[in-house]
Design a protein around this ligand. Structure first.
Ligand code: SAM
Length: 218
């Protein structure tokens, strides 16, 4: 079942999308609660299909030190923290303190609060000043900031680490000419160009939901 309209890609046929979401197993109580809250209050979250991809990539790569840029109410953070395991550390960041308060409540409910470091402020600045490098960085900030997010994230990623970015098809608008004032589409388009031009990254854009770009640092 597709709970929120924001989970629809805008470019995949409705019946195909319903089918894809219909295959997904039920989530546990806290994840269900966040999905319902997000649907009711129109909080954009990655949703369960992309969350499973994050989990898979986190587990397969063995990532334990993870930085998330743009965490909202902590939905994707919980999936990342679970993938990282009990010895993992996930840095939550969001500009809105009310989001962080709600997220903290969910982290306790999910039993992962101890592995999450909650930081409020600009995710790009917070990433710059957090010491050390990361196994995995997940980027979900404002889309006009994507090129800058890439520039900040790259030096903070370990060699072999994963840089994962959501919304890289942006309802399909990334594929079409954008008006000069559509800064979000222009940001996504520039980001997509930059990652595929980069000599430091091996990117794959996966057309799942709104598009997810997975880059491995070479
Ligand atoms: C799409 S939502 C994140 C959803 C979250 N990743 C999830 O799937 O559960 C984007 C969030 O990023 C935050 N945000 C956007 N730009 C930001 C920035 N530069 N620094 C910190 N937070 C930012 C917004 O407040 C918003 O809550």
């Amino acid at each position: 079942m597709i709970r929120s309209e924001n989970l629809r890609s805008g470019y995949i046929q409705d019946d195909v999308e319903e089918y894809l979401y219909g295959l997904l197993p039920e989530r546990d109580a806290v994840i269900e609660e966040i999905e319902c809250y997000a649907a009711e209050h129109r909080v954009p979250i990655i949703g369960p299909a992309v969350a499973r991809l994050l989990t898979l990539l986190g587990q397969v790569s063995g990532a334990t030190r993870i930085f998330e840029m743009g965490s909202a109410i902590g939905y994707s953070t919980i999936w990342l923290a679970r993938a990282a395991g009990p010895k993992g550390k996930v840095f939550y960041t969001d500009g809105d303190p009310a989001n962080a308060e709600r997220a903290k409540k969910y982290f306790k409910q999910a039993g992962v609060a101890k592995r999450i470091d909650v930081q409020v402020g600009d995710a790009l600045e917070l990433l710059k000043k957090t010491p050390g490098k990361f196994d995995l960085i997940f980027n979900d900030v404002n889309k006009n900031q994507y090129p800058d997010a890439l520039r900040v994230a790259l030096p903070k990623l370990k060699r072999g680490g994963l840089f994962i970015t959501d919304n890289t098809l942006w309802s399909g608008k990334a594929a079409r000419p954008a008006p000069p004032d559509d800064v979000h589409t222009l940001g996504v388009q520039e980001f997509n160009r930059l990652v595929y031009e980069s000599k430091e990254l091996y990117p794959v854009l996966i057309p799942l939901r709104d598009g997810v770009t997975v880059c491995r640092k070479l």
